[in-house]
Write a new protein. Structure first.
Length: 396
């Protein structure tokens, strides 16, 4: 009888494959890796703006790129977060950095290539590369059509961190709300959007909202005289029209804007309110979805701000919603349209009242402006945020 023969080769091959698989898993597990890579910059010493990479971060992809505008990016900050269970060091441009801590870099104009090196004790390593292209877009404007004969315009190429202007056409003329602070030919750009003559409406006297008004010397400029001192004298022409609470600017086609005063961020902050179309061009008066700054020496008191908010609440009380055209659209956490647009005024009034009563005190912070250190509080309620000087709650 012939004996049956058994070969151990299949078992050996299976065992070998299993060992190789386990070895591969072990090597992958012990491979240093990042779980996240973030980039951002400080618009001011209080506001940090996160910046998106061209490709969403995935630990297995090693090469990334992004483009930034030069205006706020003399310094940028990279934050790396490690994901490995083994100890390893992380270096950016040869300098060791900590996981989750912002690391400062100073990119030059043009392409900047940064290497992020991960090294484990046993010699395993991985290198990520980040290319940051820093460009000058100060001559560029980006329009976004937001309605019939309505545009949101951002200068500096539309990069986040800057202010928004709004162009709205009427029958025989158009209104440009605020004039930004870019360096291009703004009147020339406006002519690519409308053939109508353009008048100017300034929400308040901060440079990022009136910076290019001197390019419109033939235009009528509507503004509150309470902020007149904030403008360079050479910017003011005989074409300026100083408006106050209750004045109206009618541009035809059913578009008429009532002036609502909202002293707070500046003493001359005004809102251009179109009741028929349920639109309010607000500048920085009610915030842009994040907070109102009211800690500077030229800001109004919280007490005065509350009175203005109450008046506006009464004016808009019969509306079922309100669309806000805000001064810094990039800050919006939720669209400030309809019910949310109307609710922001109520939330801001409630927040301000709670600050006055002491029910809300906010988080302490400080900023340096023109060499002066200002202590402030940062408080939030609902959709509203208020950064205020605790010594200026009342006007006395």
């Amino acid at each position: 009888m012939k004996k049956r023969s058994f070969s151990c080769r299949p078992v050996f091959i299976l065992t070998l494959l299993s060992s190789l698989f386990l070895l591969s898993c072990s090597q992958t597990k012990n491979q240093p890796s990042l779980s996240n890579l973030e980039l951002g910059f400080y618009k001011s010493d209080l506001e940090f703006i996160k910046w998106n990479l061209d490709t969403s971060f995935t630990s297995s992809i090693l090469d990334y790129s992004t483009t930034v505008e030069k205006f706020y990016t003399d310094s940028i900050y990279i934050t790396v977060t490690d994901s490995s269970s083994i100890p390893f060091s992380t270096k950016i441009e040869g300098k060791e950095v900590q996981s989750g801590v912002r690391h400062k870099l100073s990119p030059t104009l043009g392409e900047n290539l940064y290497e992020i090196e991960l090294s484990a004790k046993k010699g395993k390593s991985k290198t990520y590369q980040l290319k940051v292209t820093r460009e000058d877009h100060s001559l560029e404007y980006v329009p976004e059509k937001i309605g019939d004969g309505m545009w949101r315009i951002t200068d500096f190429g539309g990069f986040a961190g800057n202010e928004d202007m709004y162009l709205i056409e009427g029958k025989d003329k158009a209104l440009l709300f605020d004039t930004g602070m870019g360096k291009g030919d703004l009147p020339g750009f406006i002519r690519t959007l409308t053939n109508l003559p353009v008048d100017i409406a300034i929400t308040h006297g901060n440079r990022d909202h009136f910076g290019q008004v001197d390019q419109f010397k033939e235009s009528t400029v509507y503004m509150s005289e309470k902020d007149k001192s904030r403008l360079p004298a050479e910017f003011i022409t005989p074409k300026f029209r100083w408006v106050k609470e209750g004045d109206k600017i009618d541009i035809g086609n059913g578009r008429s804007y009532e002036i609502l005063e909202i002293p707070g961020h500046t003493t001359g902050c005004i809102i251009f309110y179109d009741e028929r179309n349920k639109i309010a061009v607000t500048g920085d008066g009610i915030g842009s979805g994040d907070r109102v700054h009211m800690f500077g020496s030229l800001c109004a008191s919280v007490e005065v701000y509350i009175d203005a908010l109450k008046k506006i609440e009464q004016i808009i009380s019969n509306l079922d919603g309100l669309n806000l055209l805000v001064g810094h659209h990039y800050q919006e956490k939720t669209p400030l349209n309809g019910i949310a647009g109307k609710q922001l005024f109520s939330d801001m009034r409630i927040l301000s009242e709670k600050i006055m009563s002491g029910e809300i005190t906010g988080k302490p912070a400080k900023t340096v402006r023109n060499g002066e250190t200002i202590n402030l509080m940062q408080a939030y309620y609902g959709l509203a945020g208020l950064w205020y000087n605790p010594k200026r709650l009342t006007s006395q």
